[in-house]
Design a protein around this ligand. Structure first.
Ligand code: FO1
Length: 315
């Protein structure tokens, strides 16, 4: 059984590769929900939807989010009202948000609803939101000498991750719990993989949920991460910029150090071979491979190499 701690686009491409190298029913994806947002009264779960659409082969390949062949009539009509259109919801994608919101209103949990959405798209790996409670990532920036709080999607989409970030926090942590399915799944996992997602934006909210980091630390020999940073740059999004702003070191070494207490091994790109020795001196094994998932075979290769690394460690 393989568990993958996941953010959005990078994690989804990796999970697609993994589901081609092992039985997809052996895979459980533990999804970040810190990016979730309510817009137009609709509950949007971007990381869950990106994962489901990617595994279903329905993702828009250009953006990495939303559906391919999507139409935008609703957004066009909304623009006529001067409504909120900076967060673009495609016509067919809207059905997912309407469905999720309706069932949440009727009292179903995000875990139950995610499973229904997964089945509608005939996706085999289980997709588990890390919590059914509300968990919100918020980012702080300084504007005119004053701290200003941004929601995740305001930072990421509305301001195109341009603001300099001084700190990141998670709202509603008090009293929040991981779901029983997540705890049981992680406890039973033979291998736990931290996907090549943004460590501070996508993985940190999962690790902030009480109990999760403890399970990883306890099973450190089974936990491996894949660096989303190659040669000091993020493949997509602001991972390198944010890690630099937060003083964490925008490199595969920075990623390894960030996860040090939780992982026994890390997969890095060939381009970062000069960092291998330093990572290994910090007490982790490092495997060099091609980590850029430019197409489906590249995702499969990365998944296979990652598995080999942990399985060799376990034997
Ligand atoms: N990302 C954008 O850059 N612009 C958008 O308008 C946008 C809309 C959107 C709608 C539904 C959805 O599931 C995801 C969407 N994303 C959009 C992507 C998303 O907000 C981020 O990529 C993730 O939250 C980061 O993991």
């Amino acid at each position: 059984m393989i568990s993958i701690l996941s953010g959005g686009v990078g994690a989804a491409r990796f999970a697609r590769g993994m589901s081609q190298v092992v039985d997809p029913e052996e895979i459980s994806i533990i999804s970040n929900v810190g990016d979730d947002e309510v817009i137009h009264g609709l509950h949007i779960s971007p990381d869950i939807d990106t994962m489901i659409y990617t595994l279903a082969g329905a993702i828009n390949p250009e953006t990495g989010w939303g559906l391919k062949g999507e139409t935008w009539h609703t957004m066009e009509a909304l623009a006529e009202y001067d409504g909120i259109t900076w967060f673009r919801l495609g016509d067919r994608d809207l059905a997912t948000h309407l469905f999720r919101t309706q069932l949440l209103t009727e009292g179903e949990s995000l875990t139950e609803i995610t499973d229904k959405i997964r089945k509608r798209w005939k996706v085999k790996p289980r997709i588990l939101p890390v919590t059914d409670d509300s968990l919100k990532t918020v980012l702080y920036t300084i504007v005119d000498g004053e701290e200003r709080k941004l929601s995740f999607q305001e930072y990421f989409v509305q301001y195109a991750h341009r603001p300099t970030i001084s700190r990141i926090d998670y709202e509603h942590l008090a009293g929040l719990t991981a779901t029983t399915s997540v705890i049981e799944t992680l406890e039973a996992a033979e291998v736990i993989i931290i996907a090549p997602s943004n460590p501070v934006l996508s993985i940190a909210p999962i690790l902030a949920v009480p109990g999760i980091a403890e399970i990883l630390a306890k099973n450190r020999d089974k936990v491996v991460a894949i660096s989303p940073i190659i040669a000091g740059e993020a493949v997509k999004g602001p991972a390198a910029k944010l890690m630099a702003e937060l003083g964490l070191g925008p490199s595969a070494l920075g990623v390894a150090n960030y996860y040090r207490k939780l992982i026994s091994a890390i997969v890095i790109d060939h381009k970062d071979s000069d960092l291998k020795e330093q990572i290994e001196l910090s007490g982790m094994r490092a495997l060099e491979t091609d980590t850029l998932m430019r197409n489906a075979p590249a995702s499969m290769n990365l998944a296979a190499s990652t598995l080999k690394l942990v399985i060799r460690d376990l034997n």
